[in-house]
Design a protein around this ligand. Structure first.
Ligand SMILES: Cc1cc2nc3c(=O)[nH]c(=O)nc-3n(C[C@H](O)[C@H](O)[C@H](O)COP(=O)(O)OP(=O)(O)OC[C@H]3O[C@@H](n4cnc5c(N)ncnc54)[C@H](O)[C@@H]3O)c2cc1C
Length: 392
């Protein structure tokens, strides 16, 4: 890790230890999004890490963003998830695909934390098959697009001031896969966000449905090109999976922080439980799962800063880290014994928070499929090329 990134990580940690960690249990209990924290995080320079300074960002790149995600999630998984939805899903996609006017209008407010951002793809009937099954649609009418339909499970949806929303914009059944991204603002007539849902974990990171009923969206709010939404979405998901991978890494670090002192403090049979080899073996599993997930994620993030053509790798680091985080959270509960099973311990929250990373941003089944398919197609192409070269 470079000295600049080490310094950055320490700055983020100083902030999260002071401002987020002491509130994590209460945020989870109350299932309440801490609005005041949002501006403080903006003031600490945590948003817009992949955005240039002319729009209020700091242009430090994806590795820095992944580190920030890890440190925030170590303090509170829920704040980490909302942070990723705001700073990566909304801000990064808007920066990469926005016109100069859109960037100037939205990014400074989002990067400062004055506004909350979100991104909406999922629908009640369109999850893994998001492109094929999307039914939210927008039709051109004069200078406007008129949108109808329902999005659901949208992180920050209930709080967002601006949302990137994917809609089907196919004008013929022969172009049924055509999607377009729109910038929707809170208060637009015909658009409303429903109340936050009651979730297993990530409580306090508000998740909700969005309703569009003849919502008129101005032409200038099209993000990117009309009918280019499917490509933009897949491209955005590559970055999303990478940044999200910082989440389970942070949660595993939080589990490690919890169990290590406990293994010294808790005494049974007249000695610290950390002296028992079975407990040491569990600790070794926690440690290696954390370090392997971290190393994989940082490696992909470092490479992503130079080339975005890393689809199976971004899916791979999130798939690996999310599975390990669930295992590690369960191991933490086991090491803590009955204390770990009590809600006064953060261990249960770590498990509930970790589970979402096996589902959100495309499930682990879809990541398995994507990685296996890419590996097969790449080697298939390579073998054919070698065969053709051999016979030239
Ligand atoms: C807390 C939370 C926050 C979220 N935030 C957002 C957000 O900000 N924006 C947004 O757009 N969405 C968001 N989502 C939605 C998330 O992206 C979807 O849940 C995810 O894409 C999976 O879709 P689904 O839940 O409809 O599952 P489904 O697609 O219905 O899948 C159900 C099960 O079937 C499996 N399955 C599906 N297809 C296949 C297949 N071909 N082969 C094998 N198995 C398959 C899945 O892996 C899964 O186990 C969020 C979800 C949660 C829980």
């Amino acid at each position: 890790m470079s000295r600049v990134l080490d310094t950055f990580r320490n700055q983020v940690r100083d902030f999260t230890e002071k401002e987020i960690a002491p509130r994590a249990a209460e945020i989870d209990r109350a299932n309440d999004f801490p609005t005041d924290l949002w501006k403080k995080m903006g003031g600490a320079g945590l948003y817009g890490l992949t955005v240039s300074d002319e729009y209020g960002g700091t242009n430090q790149g994806y590795l820095a963003h992944t580190l920030a995600m890890e440190e925030i999630s170590r303090a509170s998984g829920a704040i980490g998830l909302s942070y990723a939805a705001h700073s990566n899903l909304c801000i990064d996609n808007l920066y990469r695909n926005g016109t100069p006017a859109q960037r100037e209008h939205y990014l400074p407010r989002l990067c400062s934390g004055e506004w909350v951002g979100a991104l909406a793809m999922s629908e009640p009937g369109a999850g893994s098959d998001i492109i094929g099954s999307m039914s939210c649609h927008a039709e051109p009418r004069g200078e406007m697009w008129v949108a109808n339909g329902t999005k659901t499970w949208i992180t920050n949806g209930p709080d967002a001031d601006v949302l990137i929303v994917y809609m089907r914009t196919a004008t013929s059944r022969y172009a049924s896969k055509n999607l377009t991204a729109f910038l929707v603002e809170k208060g637009m007539p015909g658009f409303r966000a429903e109340d936050p849902m009651d979730k297993l974990g990530m409580r306090g990171s508000n998740t909700g449905s969005l309703i569009f009923e003849d919502c008129a969206i101005p032409q200038e709010n099209v993000l990117g090109k009309v009918n280019d939404g499917a490509r933009m979405m897949m491209d955005g998901l590559d970055a999303e999976r990478l940044i999200l991978a910082g989440g389970p890494v942070g949660l595993m670090q939080a589990a490690f922080d919890l169990v290590l002192p406990f293994m010294h403090e808790r005494k049974q049979f007249g000695q610290p439980i950390g002296k028992f080899e079975l407990m040491q073996a569990r600790l070794a599993d926690v440690y290696t799962a954390l370090q392997a997930s971290r190393a994989y994620t940082y490696d992909v993030a470092r490479r992503f800063d130079h080339s975005r053509a890393l689809r199976k790798e971004t899916a791979g680091c999130l798939m690996f880290a999310s599975e390990r985080a669930v295992e590690v959270a369960l191991a933490a509960i086991q090491i803590l014994g009955a204390r770990g099973y009590m809600n006064e311990s953060p261990a249960g929250r770590l498990l509930r928070d970790a589970k979402v990373y096996e589902i959100g941003g495309g499930t682990n089944e879809i990541r398995h499929i994507l990685i296996g398919r890419e590996l097969f197609v790449e080697t298939d192409r390579q073998q054919r090329a070698e065969y053709l070269t051999g016979h030239a």
